[in-house]
Design a protein around this ligand. Sequence first.
Ligand SMILES: [Fe+2]
Length: 180
Amino acid sequence: MAQIRIRNTNERIEDEAQVKAFLESQEVVYEHWNMEKLPAELREKFVLSDEEKAQITSIYDPEIRDLAARRGYEIWDVISLSDATPNIEELLKKFEQVHTHTEDEIRAIVAGKGIFIIKGKDEVGYFDVELEAGDVISVPENTNHFFTLMENRQIVAVRLFIEKDGWIAYNVDDPAFVKA
Ligand SMILES: [Fe+2]
């Protein structure tokens, strides 16, 4: 279950109903996939072969197709990141830049943890969404955000795209963003 930290106030939202209500107020899609479907050997595996990635998209094919039908995604893949990923430090540096896309950014976390930092509406300012396996999140289009790993630095996620070519990051230099 996701948890929220609002950066300006350091307020945490941990109650599931309140997390849902908060994310809804920010127009962030938040859903869940059943992680019981994932074989035990894939739940803590962060270096995946192409076959294992295909196994994950096959297991979650109904969930993927349901999202695609509702929200227009055409293609999807599986990414894994960990300290075993070549150039992980460089990749993280690239990720940790506030940016936007013209498409929404949807991720279903299959293993590990990650954080989306998103610019909220009006007075809310930036907030962190701490995600774990089973959480599905979509950052709305044209919304300042970035993604990073949590302290365990391991994640596997399914990504869905409407059009891969259209999914370009536009970096934003936002003086309102305070690193924390
Ligand atoms: Fe992004």
